[in-house]
Design a binder for this molecule. Structure first.
Ligand SMILES: NC(=O)c1ccc[n+]([C@@H]2O[C@H](COP(=O)([O-])OP(=O)(O)OC[C@H]3O[C@@H](n4cnc5c(N)ncnc54)[C@H](O)[C@@H]3O)[C@@H](O)[C@H]2O)c1
Length: 327
């Protein structure tokens, strides 16, 4: 059993590798070659939720479970909103083989999922990126999208001005000549977007339909539990909706509220990202269509990424070998 700390995971992970692993995991899902029951939630009265997320990818030899929370007010307490631990087991025996920090893996693989969606769904000439919600996920969203599109300008909106400015500062520190600015209102940022990322814990829409231009691609990241919602449902009604997983998104993704209110029907969902990655369905088919990737976060992405981290940790000699845990 190898125990891998957060700083070690950070040393080993690169966004480019994660995007490759995430795309492979979506391909496996598109070929129906994975097991991934929908995540299970505990809704904690104290102000957040706790989820168990198991997955098995036989061709990658990866099986395990992530345990992760989402507590939107944690930042007031000096803690991240989202924290996670991942356990990997040997698929042949069930023997625990690794226990690792999953907080960074969650942020990297969520960025990776947006990168894969952006590659297949956004216009190739997309230049302007708008990010609404400048918390922990937003940096990895930026890193990931920069890997797949030639972004020239970043606009950021957050209800906390300092958070938006923090992301702008980070973007400038990347040294890619990216023009980055904080916006005073979400409209100022959304109206100029070729690619829009929403990464807030909002429970009512923060993006209005009339602000979204034809041809925009939206990565809707924040809604990942029942009752969460970031987009005006009218946007969904005129968009090509691509989900990461039918069952999870109907229950807890961006579409969960409009589905439960009867505003949107399941047959209005275009497909899953895995179906596009495998070529069974086409991605963007016209310059003007609006595409929405509804991301709830998949356990297969966590477990496939964790498996890669374990291989890299073994060859780099990182991690603490420990007996007496599970065996
Ligand atoms: N889809 C996925 O796979 C996935 C993965 C991880 C996290 N999430 C979700 O993404 C969301 C963000 O996570 P995080 O870790 O970045 O949280 P965070 O607390 O670090 O950041 C959230 C940011 O959103 C801002 N915000 C809140 N309400 C807003 C509003 N109405 N308009 C604009 N900004 C607003 C906050 O000020 C904060 O800066 C959470 O809902 C989390 O559960 C989804």
């Amino acid at each position: 059993m190898l125990i891998i700390r957060r700083d070690e995971v950070l040393k080993l992970l690169s966004m480019r590798d994660v995007i490759e692993v995430v795309e492979e995991a979506f391909r496996e899902k598109g070929m129906n070659a994975v097991q991934m029951p929908p995540k299970q939630y505990l809704f904690l009265e104290e102000g957040g939720d706790l989820r168990a997320m198991p997955a098995y990818l036989p061709r990658l030899g990866a099986s395990g479970v992530k345990v992760v929370n989402s507590h939107p007010r944690n930042r007031e307490k000096g803690l991240p909103s989202v924290m996670a631990i991942i356990e990997l087991v040997d698929p042949a025996t069930g023997r625990p083989i690794a226990l690792m920090d999953g907080t960074e893996i969650t942020a990297y693989r969520t960025g990776g999922a947006s990168a894969v969606a952006t590659k297949y769904l956004s216009r190739e000439d997309s230049r302007n990126l708008c990010i609404v919600g400048a918390g922990a996920q937003s940096r990895r969203q930026l890193d990931a999208i920069l890997e797949v599109r030639d972004i020239g300008r970043l606009l950021v909106y957050d209800v906390v001005r300092g958070a938006a400015e923090g992301l702008v500062e980070y973007a400038r520190s990347l040294g890619r000549g990216l023009g980055a600015e904080a916006a005073d209102a979400p409209r100022d940022c959304v109206e100029q977007a070729d690619i829009l990322v929403t990464a807030t814990p909002a429970r009512e829409p923060v993006v209005r339909d009339e602000w979204v231009r034809p041809g925009t691609h939206i990565n809707a990241i924040g809604a990942d539990a029942p009752g969460k919602e970031e987009l005006d449902p009218a946007i969904l009604l005129r968009s090509k909706i691509v989900v990461d997983d039918y069952e999870q998104t109907m229950h807890s993704g961006e579409i969960n509220v409009p589905i439960s209110k009867g505003i949107l029907r399941r047959d209005q969902i275009y497909g899953e990202l895995g179906e596009i990655v495998t070529g069974r369905k086409r991605g963007r088919t016209s310059r003007d269509e609006i595409t929405v990737f509804d991301s709830t976060g998949l356990a297969i992405l966590d477990i496939a990424t964790a498996r890669r981290v374990l291989e890299m940790a073994r060859s780099a000699g990182l991690g603490l070998a420990m007996e007496g845990l599970g065996l």
